[in-house]
Design a protein around this ligand. Sequence first.
Ligand code: NAP
Ligand code: ZN
Ligand code: ZN
Length: 350
Amino acid sequence: MTPAFGAQAAKTPLAPMTIERRDLKSTDVEIQIQYCGICHSDVHKVSNDWGNTHFPVVPGHEIVGKVVSRGSSASRYREGDLVGVGCIVDSCRVCAQCRAGHEMFCEKGVTFSFDSFEQDGKSLTYGGYSTHMVVDERYVLRIPKELDPSRAAPLLCAGITTYSPLRQWNCKPGAAVAVLGLGGLGHMAVKLAAAMGAEVTVLSSSRDKEADASRMGAKHFVATKEPGALDALEGEFDLIVDTVSAPHDLNKHTTLLREFGTIVLVGLPPEATVLDVGLLVHGNKRVAGSNIGGIAETQEMLDYCGRHGIVADVEVIPAIQINAAYARMQRGDVRYRFVVDVSSLRGGAG
Ligand code: NAP
Ligand code: ZN
Ligand code: ZN
């Protein structure tokens, strides 16, 4: 039995529980989890915001730990290696999407790290708010030695989810890039875009996070709720990365784009939004979405962060504080990623 922390039903507080991990298959590694970041997707899932959660649920997909054992033919990692697991733990491996490195779009159905079906179509997965995990080595990432493990954990989702669209939409030296929402994803977007040479503007609800944004590499900061604040920015940006987790009006933000500019949506609010098509047509503006990133690109991002010394700003908490952390994230009060110290779950303690 593996100690874990999860929710028995929608909107109920998370509490200690136990789960069962599978026996090692030949290409599996067993990981003793050290840290697991808390992504807003965990909060959406526990709240059943997307209406598709299977309970009980053990969230967590920003996982860093040590390899403690491996299957008979697992050869990529050795016992003691520091490794990471992100959102994806399995896929069919042979379809066009898997072969292209887009495992999240596996044509047979990807297996996510929690609240997802294994490739057998029957067993549910449980995530990283737990002491151990068993994962096929093909889906395990190497954490660069230069990076602090607790601060590297959020790279496994917040890092790749912002790195991938920044690369896809040509974030380059001199590009005018805005990041909307300075939470877990947003602060990684700022650090990564600044490292790629962009001139970064943070669009945040209030002025509270202004000093932090500048320390992370942003050149400009705009408090979006101040009257007229956005009017002054019309036509300013080549790229906007929208990380906001709550419903919001996109139309105003599209007016901030230059001609041929792109707003890429990574936030997943639970409600639909209405778009004024004319605002896009006049100026060939693009609205795009982006879903995490594949395994090879995640390793590329980790290696990039290793070379550039990029890690998350974290508040490390024991598991017992997860419910309080969720409440703060729902208020937009996160600086800038909660990371669970999973040693707090060992020995049955909450
Ligand atoms: P987070 O750490 O909670 O940050 C969200 C930020 O949104 C807040 O810090 C806040 O920033 C801003 N915000 C604006 N209005 C808000 C409101 N009414 N309530 C709460 N926050 C508000 O969340 P996250 O972990 O970065 O995740 C952001 C979104 O991305 C979530 O919807 C999550 O599910 C989604 N996500 C998507 C992917 C993907 O593959 N596309 C991957 C991971 C997560 P300010 O204070 O600066 O306004
Ligand atoms: Zn996530
Ligand atoms: Zn596939």
